[in-house]
Ligand binder design. Structure first.
Ligand code: OXD
Ligand code: MN
Length: 596
């Protein structure tokens, strides 16, 4: 089949590559995506006709749709994710490795003719603001109309991407649903070729190649080589009652509350404060000429977890997803509106995420899949930062590490230095969530929330973080937060959600040198008084419990981090070894640990 190219303006290298791939995949037809409304509508129409999508209630959820995945394909497949470099040592023990030649040979065989009878969509996409020096172009080739429609929301598709491309080059992505065969599922990354190949999954994190594959795994390698950072981080502006906004980033593992924090609506008792969203999942961070870290959001949409979002806990998200949204694996009520656990009262009649009738108290499992998602344009968000599209990004004053820890980690604390903060991030351990296939609730090392997303040796990644110290005297302060600490009764101690702004306020005030803290062996912890605020319904005893630093459990934590660091071998930075020893000494010297 001769390749038809839409109009002029498509560069020869793009044409040549699309032609070569189409000769292997052998699609029946090829569609060049332009990112238009019409194209989106036509993709949706086709998917409603073949049952890939169900149209939702037009009055209550205009232009919204439900997609149900194959039950074997509902989360990221970490065991099927590979980094393909010549040298195995370069990917380190936290990644799966395959030799590039072996991966090419294996995939070539599996891809051969896999699009016969299907359409191949060519999706040129831009990540980042149209006129930013930090933005990047990718082209994804896929036989999934679901992927094409989602990419239309998640990125800037079409001419804007081709124009940016000029001669800067592009990331190549090849994706096929294949037969959704989990035993032949592969998500392979080739950093040296700026190439991604993904087969046998249609799940967002495996199939929307702009997201984890390009924006994090490949971009992290580019960041290492070019002196910047690609991070699994939210970015928000926090406005105080004087109207001053400071920007912070937050690295939290998947499904640990990043979107909720990004889209926080201030509680009634914090008049004058607000939170402005820049990014809910990914940040590309560069040093500017004045030595400040600045972040852009490469994405244009959200592919976020639905369960536990409700009008009560997060009214701004609920407002945002009420139109032009694709829901994946949520439950469906009889009036054709979506439902998920934690949304509130469940309707009398429900179909679960697989389309089976579901009755509360009788049916097994949850109605919505725990990793059910919504895909929505970020422009629908009512409190989007006016700086979202700033080509230079926003200046970062604080970096926050976080995640689910039912014990040990205080509600919030601040590191003593950049190096100590890097150690804090490197020691991050969290309970696994439904965002990745496998057991949920297992504690694992997830340094900087990048365990599944760092495209190179994690010890080299720590070295890269440390290298910023010699490049700038204006680096952000580093904090860790934990809103998931539990009391002896197994209940969360902290009310979370909008109340998290109390914690953000403390961080802002620390950055401004306006609030006192207690020096403990692990870092600066708030005084109970500094967190007390009229309207926050929590006793001083509970606040003290939330801030408690327990020497014994911290010593155990350090030992297990030590073992993890040992497993990383000789590349593990000496500076972090020293930081860990210093932390150990501080704990040992302290009698109880709280305060020092
Ligand atoms: C995500 C993830 O989908 O981290 O954002 O898994
Ligand atoms: Mn994520």
């Amino acid at each position: 089949m001769a390749l038809k190219v839409p109009g002029d303006g498509v560069q020869q290298p793009v044409i040549g590559w699309v032609d070569a791939v189409s000769k292997i995949m052998k699609p029946d037809s090829i569609v060049w995506c332009d990112g238009s409304e019409e194209e989106f509508r036509s993709l949706i129409k086709g998917m409603i006709a073949d049952g890939t999508l169900i149209k939702l209630n037009e009055e209550k959820y205009p232009n919204c749709y439900l997609h149900r995945s194959n039950p074997n394909d509902v989360a990221r497949s970490e065991e099927a994710t590979f980094i393909c470099t010549e040298n195995k040592d370069d990917v380190g023990p936290t990644n799966n490795w395959m030799a590039p030649d072996e991966a090419h040979a294996k995939l070539l065989k599996l891809f051969d003719g896999c699009m016969t009878g299907r359409t191949m969509y060519v999706i040129p996409y831009l990540l980042g603001p149209a006129d930013s020096p930090y933005s990047q172009v990718g082209i994804e080739l896929t036989d999934s109309p679901y992927v094409a429609a989602n990419m239309n929301i998640m990125t800037k598709v079409g001419r804007v991407a081709l124009e940016h491309l000029k001669d800067v080059g592009f990331v190549k992505g090849v994706h096929s649903i294949g037969a959704l065969d989990p035993s032949n599922r592969y998500i392979c990354h080739f950093p040296d070729e700026k190439l991604i190949m993904s087969l046998n999954s249609n799940y967002g994190g495996n199939a929307l190649l702009s997201k984890k594959c390009h924006s994090l795994r490949l971009a992290s390698v580019m960041g290492r080589d070019e002196g910047w950072l690609a991070e699994h981080m939210l970015v928000i502006g926090i406005e105080d009652p004087d109207g001053t906004v400071i920007y912070v980033t937050g690295a939290f593992p998947s499904a640990s509350g990043k979107t909720n924090l990004t889209m926080l609506k201030p509680p009634e008792y914090m008049k004058g404060w607000d939170v402005w969203a820049v990014s809910d999942d990914i940040a590309w961070i560069h040093l500017d000429s004045e030595g400040r870290l600045r972040a852009i959001n490469p994405e244009s949409g959200l592919f976020a977890v639905a369960p536990n979002t409700s009008p009560k806990t997060n009214p701004r998200i609920m407002e945002m997803v009420k139109k032009n949204t694709i829901f994946t694996n949520v439950a469906l009520s009889s009036d054709k509106t979506p439902w998920w656990e934690g949304m509130g009262e469940h309707p009398r009649k429900l179909w679960d995420w697989q389309g089976k009738v579901w009755t509360a108290g009788k049916s097994a499992g949850s109605a919505a899949h725990p990793n059910s998602r919504f895909t929505t344009s970020i422009h629908q968000y009512p409190s989007l930062s006016t700086e979202y599209n700033n080509p230079n990004g926003v200046p970062i004053t604080a970096i926050i590490f976080g995640g689910r820890r039912s014990e040990l980690v205080p509600l919030v604390y601040e590191s003593f230095s950049w190096e100590h903060g890097v150690l804090m991030g490197a020691m991050l351990k969290v309970e696994t969530t439904a965002a990745a296939a496998g057991e949920v609730g297992v504690l694992r090392n997830d340094p900087m929330a990048m365990k599944p997303f760092c495209g190179y040796h994690i010890a080299d990644y720590f070295n890269h973080w440390l290298s910023f110290r010699s490049r700038s005297g204006k680096l952000p302060k580093i904090f860790q937060i934990n809103a998931f600490r539990m009391g002896r009764d197994g209940r969360f101690l902290w009310p979370g959600y909008s109340n998290n702004l109390v914690v953000l306020k403390w961080i802002v005030e620390r950055c401004r040198g306006k609030v006192e803290a207690v020096e403990t062996p692990i870092g600066y912890v708030p005084t109970a008084a500094s967190l007390k605020i009229d309207g926050l319904n929590i006793t001083e005893t509970t606040i003290n419990e939330l801030l408690h630093v327990d020497k014994g459990t911290w010593m155990d934590e350090l030992e297990s981090s030590w073992l993890f660091f040992e497993s990383l071998g000789e590349r593990f930075p000496i500076v972090l070894r020293q930081e860990l020893s210093k932390l150990m000494d501080r704990l040992q010297e302290s009698s109880s640990a709280n305060p020092r």
